[in-house]
Design a protein around this ligand. Structure first.
Ligand SMILES: *Cc1c(COP(=O)(O)O)cnc(C)c1O
Length: 419
């Protein structure tokens, strides 16, 4: 029997099917991507998409909220519990909006924010020049050390003292090492700044206790829900009790209208999943896989920023291999290995054609791959790099990746892929 979607819109149905096939038939190494469970997918595709729920539980601007109030209360309680936070707001549409809301809750337009530079691993919304965050606020960007690839806290403290930011942002989008949130908290206190910590990438590792949590050391913690946390696409804010009112007001009515209730519902499900021993094992395996992949890449002579990884991601500096990041990313994609080109600290090349490649292990870990497969993937990457202009070899690697994928099925989706 044909599904309603297939009957009504065969063109879009076919494209979704193609994407399902791509997702199951490729090694997905983009560190911000994952596969949600069937339960999360069902909640996300539920009738909650039909409901407007502007406001907060018990304080809505429309009627018919007895179910939405219960769901949002459960989601908020689960968030507070798994992150051990005083207060949680589960309404932000995405990580970017969550960051805007964090700033709006704490400071005024024209105040100074200080975050990690995009080309050193920070996020656009940490004050990068093309982001509105650098128009609404004065922005000071700190680098990582070009020699070590690591955060240099003496330098960060010096910059903070010199520029007196009102907000210091910790957290990154391409940083392979554990971040010491406690030091960020100390520096913020020393200069009278608020500490906003953005754990979009590592939230799953934080919940599992594998990465130190910023919650005790930050005024507001911002995260996405769809990266290592493995929920639907969304955002979330956690904060100390004293900021609860301002954070809630910044999200609604400050920046948003009605929350996406279907997403919020699926976030609740993802957080129940995150509160299990299975999730802790998954998070531990993410790091084991990343370390195994990194070790093998080092054996093949790849240069890794900071020399390795403590978390879910690896940043390869390709300059010693003389291959531009984009060229390798595109060749890997033809071999069904999906990554993204990325700047490396001190990159002489522009972000549009940088010298690095960013890879990570959350998605392969979700589909059950372990250290032997991680090492196998390093070998695939090396083979493609060594044969970057040889399409026959790249095609052969593509066949091998497909075979590997077939042994590790992805969570079931309502539109079946073709295998
Ligand atoms: C992914 C990411 C975001 C943005 O999340 P979106 O949901 O894409 O808006 C914000 N901060 C960091 C550090 C991220 O890695």
């Amino acid at each position: 029997m044909k599904t309603a979607l297939e009957q009504y819109d065969p063109q879009i149905y076919e494209l979704i099917k193609q994407e399902a096939t791509r997702q199951s038939g490729s090694i997905r190494l983009i560190p911000s991507e994952n596969y949600v469970s069937k339960a999360v997918m069902q909640a996300s595709g539920s009738c909650l998409t039909n409901k407007y729920a502007e406001g907060y539980p018990g304080r809505r601007y429309y009627e018919g909220q007895h179910v939405t109030d219960l769901i949002e209360t459960i989601a908020t309680e689960r968030a507070r519990r798994i992150f051990k936070a005083d207060h949680a707001n589960v309404q932000p549409y995405s990580g970017s909006v969550a960051n805007m809301a964090a700033y709006a809750a704490l400071i005024q337009p024209g105040d100074t924010i200080m975050g990690l530079s995009l080309v050193h691993g920070g996020h656009l919304t940490h004050g990068w020049k093309v982001s509105v965050t650098s128009r609404f606020y004065k922005s000071v960007q700190y680098p990582v050390s070009s020699e070590t690839g690591r955060l240099d806290f003496d330098h960060i403290r010096e910059l903070a003292k010199k520029n007196s930011p009102k907000v210091i942002v910790s957290g990154a989008t391409a940083y392979p090492r554990e971040i010491d949130f406690e030091i960020f908290g100390d520096i913020a206190k020393e200069v009278g700044a608020y500490h906003v910590s953005d754990i979009a990438h590592i939230a799953g590792l934080v919940v599992a206790g594998i990465h130190k949590s910023p919650v005790p050391y930050a005024d507001v913690v911002s995260t996405t829900t769809h990266k290592t946390l493995r929920g639907p696409r969304g955002g979330m804010l956690l904060c100390k009790a004293e900021h609860a009112g301002n954070v809630d007001k910044a999200v609604f009515p400050g920046l948003q209208g009605g929350p996406h209730m279907h997403t919020l519902t699926a976030i609740a499900v993802a957080m129940a999943e995150a509160d299990t021993p299975e999730f802790v094992a998954y998070a531990q395996q993410i790091v084991k896989n990343a370390k195994a992949l990194a070790a093998k890449l080092l054996e093949y002579g790849f240069d890794l920023v900071s020399g390795g990884t403590d978390n879910h991601l690896i940043l390869i500096d390709l300059r010693n291999k003389n291959i531009p990041g984009k060229k390798l990313a595109k060749a890997l994609d033809r071999a069904r290995i999906v990554s993204n080109y990325n700047t490396v600290p001190g990159d002489p090349a522009p972000p549009s054609n940088p010298s690095g490649l960013r890879i990570g292990t959350p998605a392969i870990t979700t589909r059950g791959m372990k250290e032997p497969e991680a090492e196998q993937i390093a070998t695939f990457i090396n083979t493609v790099a060594e044969n970057i202009d040889n399409e026959a070899v790249i095609e052969q690697v593509g066949k091998e990746t497909l075979l590997l994928c077939s042994q590790f099925p992805v969570p079931e989706h309502f539109i079946k892929n073709d295998g």
